[in-house]
Design a protein around this ligand. Structure first.
Ligand code: TXA
Ligand code: MG
Length: 324
């Protein structure tokens, strides 16, 4: 099978309705979609990605009205956050209705929902007329896709349609916020910053399974937040300053801003001439892919400032560099 690469939204919507697998652009990364109401199609997502069944899927809808039948509660906080950040890179995890199957949520009593800030994605969902379950459209554990070509590379022979919506504007996945307990808890850092969320609803907890040796697939809060994720094939090593990087053969560098002297590196990717974190996030995964294509012995990545989108980018770096 070879996926149909198209810009035809109605053909893609029809494929979704027919139980097919359709990759589509969102503002964050490309998603691999199937009707969230079709268990067989959803099972196909796990198979195509090689994704373990304990890792739940996010359900994408076109507007708030479309989300309501699938959640058992719609607290004021959810309404406020939806008003402020939807459409956008924020996933709200809320108690689910039984119509959303255990396969989608990995048996959890909650479901992650979001409205993507991409017109093509919303048109697709609206025309399909079904909520769309979609993980990032990459093979499990690998670098996330931010163009249709990235999707074709990893999944082109395993899925039915790739709906090309251009390169993704945000470039890192949505922030995941759990709203089912006492304190709103960030389960994954992403495109909406912790600072922005706290400005809207006050203090939140952050529990991304970081800073411990424990793999958080064992955590009931954040299944699928594996220590190792987003990984290139080359070895990735992190540093705070390239002055600390030892000399070595065929080394690459991934850095926010232009380094004073990059002559020691065989390949260099600068994410933003001015140190702009938005620009850096938008180009992050593509730059990592380009470095990975150079057959380097080591890719060195300079940690980002630990604020705003820098926190989400550091999270991706830490997981991409983690040992198996
Ligand atoms: O930006 C994004 O969120 C992209 C685009 C396609 O929307 N999607 C995405 O999906 O990144 P994925 O499958 O790569 O990551 C989804 C993660 C899961 O690994 C899990 O950690 C969390 O979302 N998740 C989903 N449902 C959850 C739930 N009910 N409770 C806790 N975590 C959940
Ligand atoms: Mg993913």
């Amino acid at each position: 099978m070879s996926a149909l690469l198209t810009q035809d939204v109605s053909a893609a919507a029809q494929a979704l309705r027919a139980g097919k697998l359709v990759a589509f652009a969102t503002e964050t990364v490309y998603g691999l979609g199937a009707s969230a109401l079709d268990e067989t199609a959803v099972a196909g997502i796990f198979e195509a990605k090689g994704r373990p069944k304990f890792d739940p899927l996010i359900v994408h809808v076109a507007d708030v009205a479309m989300a309501r039948p699938y959640v058992a509660e719609w607290p004021d906080t959810a309404a406020l956050l939806a008003e402020r950040f939807w459409p956008g890179p924020l996933t709200l995890v809320l108690p689910k209705q039984p119509v959303i199957s255990d396969l989608v949520t990995s048996g959890l009593p909650t479901v992650g929902i979001r409205i993507p800030d991409h017109r093509v994605a919303r048109d697709l969902i609206r025309q399909a007329g079904v909520p769309v379950a979609a993980p990032s459209a990459n093979r499990f554990g690998c670098i996330s896709p931010t163009t249709a070509a990235h999707v074709a590379e990893q999944l082109g022979d395993r899925i039915d349609v790739i709906l090309d919506g251009g390169p993704c504007r945000v470039g890192v996945e949505s922030t995941i916020l759990l709203l089912a307990g006492e304190t709103p808890t960030v389960l994954r850092l992403g495109g909406v910053t912790v600072e922005e969320i706290e400005e809207a609803i006050g203090p939140v907890a952050v529990s991304t399974g970081h800073g411990t040796d424990e793999r958080s697939e064992t955590s009931p809060l954040a299944p699928g937040m594996l220590k190792k994720h987003y990984a290139p094939r080359s070895r990735l090593q992190l540093c705070d300053d390239i002055a600390a990087v030892p000399d070595g053969p065929r080394q690459g560098l991934l850095t926010l801003m232009p380094p004073p002297d990059a002559s020691r590196f065989d390949a260099v990717e600068v994410l933003s001439e001015t140190g702009d974190l938005r620009e850096a996030a938008a180009g992050f995964f593509a730059a990592l892919r380009r470095l990975d294509a150079r057959n380097l012995s080591t890719i060195w990545a300079v940690r980002f400032p630990e604020e705003g989108l820098g926190r989400a980018l550091n999270d991706r770096l830490e997981r991409a560099a983690a040992e198996d």
